[in-house]
Design a protein around this ligand. Structure first.
Ligand code: GAP
Length: 445
């Protein structure tokens, strides 16, 4: 399957089955902003829940936080975003398209006669690159003037830094410890694209780990290992995950060292999470710009220091896209093409489909009762329309791992068939045990 075809098929499946829709579609859509439908919201929620469990609930040394999207504008001066969160922007005077100045499709040097527009092919029509800040601006209060400008946060991390003392003191944590947060971030990307890979509104799952200077390199390595393991535990193909180390010219202004977790998408190897050793850049800058002391007193060593920070920063939308890409497959079954999303049961949006084999002999009543029973334990779906084969196929496309069918034997034998999505094998399970049977397999990951 050609790689572009795969993405096209995925986008179309996502719309058909209710994973992801284009934002404001009836108005022609809004560039690179997407809405999550009934299945998509469950899938992404499962990603975020698993992250929260691994980072906050399963550990004693990380606390949760939910900071506001709007922050004091000085935060973004301190963080370096006002001055430096820019991309070089190039316009084509002929076709009016815009590109990043470093777009690999541009031939020649933008601003020079040899430069060629990658869309209309005109020569000499590309402007010199000019720096464009990626932060969205809005106004606080009723007056739209410069003094009232606030930004939509371009990363969630800053909400953690400015709250670090509040959390430290209220939770009675000691360094080393971390603060985790999941929330929306906004970037006015020049060339967004590849579906939900790069969007203008997205969710980040970020954790900042505060450590004693000198122990940062060791913590950095630990966090690299734990984060890669988390991606493996999601059920992603290990062969399609790898590390990419940032070279000196790639490092962000705050980073002493950085590694990306990359996934092999149909459009190439791309970052899904970044692990950064940020040193004392962030707390140092906030201390300087706010005038508030942010250092830490370590009683045992009778020592005062500004903690270093090791950051893990993953995109919830990107991980969701990774799950979709990794799970998508087509199989030939009895001369027919079967489309399957082979999610790990723990992340699948619906865990069980419940079907009466036919709409008579009391089967719909038994299936409905069973469906209500299962739905109390995990997301389930009832379907009685069309041939049973078609109902199974619809659940295969939704990535539902188990199909529970009430048939002619159910009334007398008190049992149903459970069809496994991947093997398509069916097994008879007692009606009383089917909820536990599914739950055990869902919770095994
Ligand atoms: N606090 C550090 C930080 O924000 P980043 O590498 O710019 O680092 C971290 O972003 C993660 O956020 C990325 O690995 C990606 O998963 C996600 N992300 C960044 N920009 C995104 C965008 N425009 N659309 C979707 N996800 C994005």
């Amino acid at each position: 399957m050609a790689d572009t075809t795969l993405m096209d098929k995925l986008v179309s499946l996502c719309k058909r089955r209710g994973f992801v829709f284009q934002s404001s579609e009836i108005y022609g859509g809004l560039g690179s902003v997407w809405d999550y439908g009934p299945l998509g919201v469950e899938l992404k929620k499962n990603v975020k829940d698993r992250w929260w469990r691994a980072m906050v609930h399963a550990r004693d040394d990380i606390e949760g936080l939910d900071a506001a999207i709007l922050m004091h504008p000085r935060v973004w001066e301190a963080s370096g975003h006002v001055a430096g969160f820019t991309d070089p922007l190039v316009d084509c005077r002929q076709c009016k398209n815009r590109f990043r100045g470093d777009d690999p499709r541009i031939k020649g040097t933008p601003g020079q006669a040899d430069a060629q527009c990658p869309v209309c092919g005109s020569r000499g029509t590309l402007t010199e690159p000019r720096l464009f800040n990626l932060m969205f601006k809005t106004f606080m209060g009723p007056v739209e003037e410069q003094a009232a400008v606030v930004y939509l946060r371009p990363e969630t991390a800053q909400g953690i830094y400015v709250n670090y003392l509040n959390v430290l003191q209220s939770s009675r944590q000691k360094i080393p410890f971390g603060i985790a947060q999941i929330g929306k971030a906004f970037r006015n990307e020049i060339t967004p694209g590849n579906f939900i890979f790069r969007t203008r509104e997205f969710e980040q799952m970020e954790m900042q780990f505060f450590v004693k200077p000198g122990t940062d390199a060791e913590w950095f390595e630990r966090w690299r290992e734990w984060r890669m393991q988390w991606h493996h535990d999601l059920g992603l193909s290990p062969a399609r995950l790898r590390w990419h180390q940032h070279g000196p010219d790639e490092l962000a202004h705050y980073a002493r060292a950085a590694f990306d977790v990359q996934y092999e998408f149909p459009f190439g190897w791309q970052e899904i999470e970044g692990i950064h050793n940020r040193g004392d850049f962030d707390l140092g800058r906030h201390q300087e710009y706010s005038g508030k002391k942010l250092d830490y007193f370590e009683q045992a060593a009778n020592e005062r220091f500004l903690p270093y920070i090791v950051e893990t920063s993953a995109g919830a939308d990107r991980v969701t896209l990774t799950l979709l890409v990794d799970a998508y497959r087509e199989e030939e079954v009895e001369g027919d093409t079967r489309v399957v999303l082979g999610f790990h049961p723990a992340v699948a949006p619906i865990k069980a489909g419940v079907f009466p084999l036919v709409k008579k002999d009391g089967m719909p009543e038994m299936a409905t009762a069973l469906y209500h029973d299962l739905k109390r334990r995990f997301p389930s779906f009832y379907d009685d329309s069309g041939a049973i084969g078609r109902r199974y196929r619809r659940m295969d496309e939704a990535g539902t791992p188990f199909g529970v069918t009430v048939d002619g034997e159910t009334a007398s034998a008190r049992s149903v068939t459970v069809r496994h999505r991947d093997s398509m094998q069916q097994k008879r399970v007692s009606v009383d045990q089917v909820a536990d049977y599914v739950a055990e397999r869902v919770n095994s990951g």
